[in-house]
Design a protein around this ligand. Structure first.
Ligand SMILES: Nc1ncnc2c1ncn2[C@@H]1O[C@H](COP(=O)(O)OP(=O)(O)OP(=O)(O)O)[C@@H](O)[C@H]1O
Ligand SMILES: [Mg+2]
Length: 598
């Protein structure tokens, strides 16, 4: 269909009706008791709904019985009529209260569930799906489920229960009128079902486009700097408006069609009602039934027809929301690529010995291997540098070590154990990383540094900032450590963000510390200060430094050169710099030339 049909297929929900309801029911498991309670009250309400027309029938039949009008009996009937109405309202009150409670509860725990799911889905999922689309999927999905439950509780359940009582009552009042009802109903049901089936693809398309539109909008806002700098506002706007126009056209198509079908369904129902009236009058005329029975039967058939009409309207709306609910259910069912094995060990402590054993890895949507049979060993407490050309697989090594992804083949071992045998959350607490792009939250400097260790005291935070060479600039900010740094740290320079990232990682007190180009945004002077600090903090831990500037890594105990996903060389600076024709020696030569001017 399009270039990411693979991607679409994965996200394309295709739940059958039965599966859809089963999934939904499972999703609502915390509310099953409340739902059953609502159902019970609904049945009670439906019984009382029949009481009023029946009392009316007795009243009228008694009135026509001129010889023996018993006034006090009639009066009692009227009181009963009034009383049953009051009881009905009271039942409705309890019903409504329970339904509202249910709706509020659903909104609450579905929201939590969605957040929980997103937080725990592995990085792989998040990297494949766009932020705006994820948010719309959740918002629309939760909204549609609420609407669905709303409709079921207030319309479908009462209507269905009512139908279950009215149809037998109708047959009891007069079976011939009952049969006339049964003739028109299947036709009506068929038209409703058929027209909605026809619209399903259009509706699915609408929901997909809503996600695309939101994704597009989020992209242009996140990258607003690029948009404005390259004067692409108009293009961004036009692309967005094309998606929106598609939605508009599909919505029009959908509603236009449904309105037309609505007219058709009205005609069927009206003919059905006329038939009841015709039959009823005919039977009264021939003295086969009483006027009271006619009114009773007619009221019942009115109730029944308006019931199936309401049901059909509800069915339309439910079909309209089904595509949206399906998309959310698919998100809830998405499986994390990284999972804890059964009986995963919670490590008490780790020493920090690392080994990659024949590790190969391929990103799901990539053509080539990011790592191809990579093997190396890092002793506990040493400092190792990963170098090599861009795209060589350095960051990927860090991600595998972190268990954001599992290797396609081979093993990542820490302290001689496959890291898959650890509980990954417990294991990750022993690691800290300063990523290539430090992620900064829109909170204060202090909270950003203490992110991994919220209980840290101000003194500890300041110490970490000092080691990261960040204190100087922090004290110059208008509120010092309490300064809010803006979304994604927008108020800070690149080097400042990096230093916050370093302080954050230091404060996490990891056993394994990874620096992914952590000093690339720093000037040579700040860099050498951090170098020196690294020497100090690296003493009791394993440190992996990923760097392009080779000057930063000369002191490393070991250097591993990665090229095209393979280990090209490994050894100390001295060893590697002497390999004639070696990649490291070549890089070194290039950089020495470049650094003459510095
Ligand atoms: N999420 C991803 N999905 C698909 N392919 C990816 C993903 N992340 C990285 N890659 C690919 O994997 C390969 C290795 O990437 P990696 O980020 O490990 O390189 P790197 O050595 O860190 O490069 P750099 O020095 O530029 O940071 C690259 O070819 C890259 O295109
Ligand atoms: Mg990288």
């Amino acid at each position: 269909m399009n270039e990411n049909s693979d991607k679409t297929k994965e996200m394309e929900p295709s739940l059958s009706w039965r599966l859809f309801w089963r999934e939904l029911w499972r999703l609502l498991s915390p509310d099953h008791r409340l739902i059953n309670y609502i159902l019970a009250i609904t049945v009670l309400g439906a019984v009382f709904d029949l009481a009023k027309p029946y009392i009316l029938k007795i009243l009228i039949d008694n009135l026509y019985n001129f010889q023996s009008i018993d006034l006090s009996f009639l009066l009692w009937l009227i009181v009963l009529y009034l009383g049953s109405g009051q009881v009905r309202s009271l039942i409705q009150y309890f019903n409504d209260r329970a339904i509202l409670k249910l709706l509020v509860k659903i909104e609450y725990h579905l929201g939590l569930k969605a957040q929980d799911k997103l937080l725990n889905l592995s990085l792989g999922y998040h990297e494949r799906e766009n932020t705006g689309a994820k948010i719309v999927k959740i918002e629309r999905g939760v909204d549609r489920i609420s609407t669905l439950i709303n409709n079921i509780s207030w319309e479908v359940a009462p209507t269905l229960v009512q139908l279950a009582f009215t149809i037998p009552a109708l047959f009891w009042a007069d079976w011939r009128i009952g049969i006339s009802f049964l003739i028109f109903t299947p036709l009506f049901i068929f038209v409703t079902y058929w027209s909605n089936q026809k619209m399903y693809p259009v509706r699915k398309e609408i929901y997909k486009s809503y996600e695309t539109a939101s994704g597009k909008m989020a992209q242009s806002i996140i990258n607003i700097n690029a948009v404005q700098s390259f004067v692409q506002e108009e293009r961004e706007f036009n692309e967005f408006s094309d998606i929106k126009a598609g939605i508009r056209d599909n919505e029009n198509k959908q509603w236009g069609w449904m309105m037309k079908i609505g007219l058709g369904r009205n005609i069927i129902v009206d003919i059905g009602r006329a038939a009841v009236l015709f039959l009823g009058v005919y039977f009264v005329y021939h003295g086969e039934i009483s006027v009271g029975t006619l009114i009773f039967a007619f009221t019942l058939s009115e109730m029944a027809y308006s019931s199936i009409y309401r049901l059909s309207r509800f069915y339309d709306r439910m079909e309209e929301g089904r595509a949206g609910v399906n998309r959310l259910l698919t998100l809830f069912n998405a499986e994390s690529e990284v999972k804890n094995e059964e009986g995963a060990i919670i490590p008490e402590k780790i020493e920090g010995k690392i080994e990659f054993k024949d590790v190969s890895f391929q990103y799901r949507e990539a053509k080539v291997m990011a790592l191809d049979r990579v093997s190396f060993k890092i002793s506990a407490g040493t400092t190792v540098a990963l170098v090599g050309p861009s795209g060589g697989g350095k960051t990927t090594v860090a991600r595998l070590l972190y268990r954001h992804y599992d290797p396609t083949s081979g093993k990542v071992m820490v302290d001689d154990k496959d890291i898959k045998s650890f509980d990954f959350n417990a294991y990750r607490r022993f690691l800290a990383i300063v990523p290539q792009e430090v992620e900064i939250f829109d909170v204060s400097v202090r909270d950003n540094i203490a992110y991994a260790n919220p209980a840290a005291s101000l003194a500890e935070i300041e110490a970490a900032a000092r080691i990261a060479n960040a204190e100087e600039f922090i004290l110059k900010l208008d509120k010092g450590y309490d300064t809010l740094v803006g979304e994604r740290g927008i108020k800070l320079s690149g080097g400042q963000r990096q230093r916050l990232g370093i302080a954050r990682a230091i404060l996490a007190r990891p056993k394994i510390l990874i620096f992914d180009e952590a000093t690339s945004n720093l000037d040579s002077q700040s860099e050498s200060l951090i170098q020196e600090a690294l020497g100090r903090i690296g003493r009791h831990r394993t440190v992996i430094i990923i760097a392009h500037r080779l000057s930063t890594i000369k002191k490393a105990d070991k250097i591993i050169v990665l090229e095209n996903g393979k280990v090209a060389e490994q050894g100390s600076h001295l060893e590697l710099s002497q390999v004639a024709g070696g990649l490291y020696a070549k890089l070194l030569k290039l950089q020495n030339l470049g650094e003459i001017s510095e």
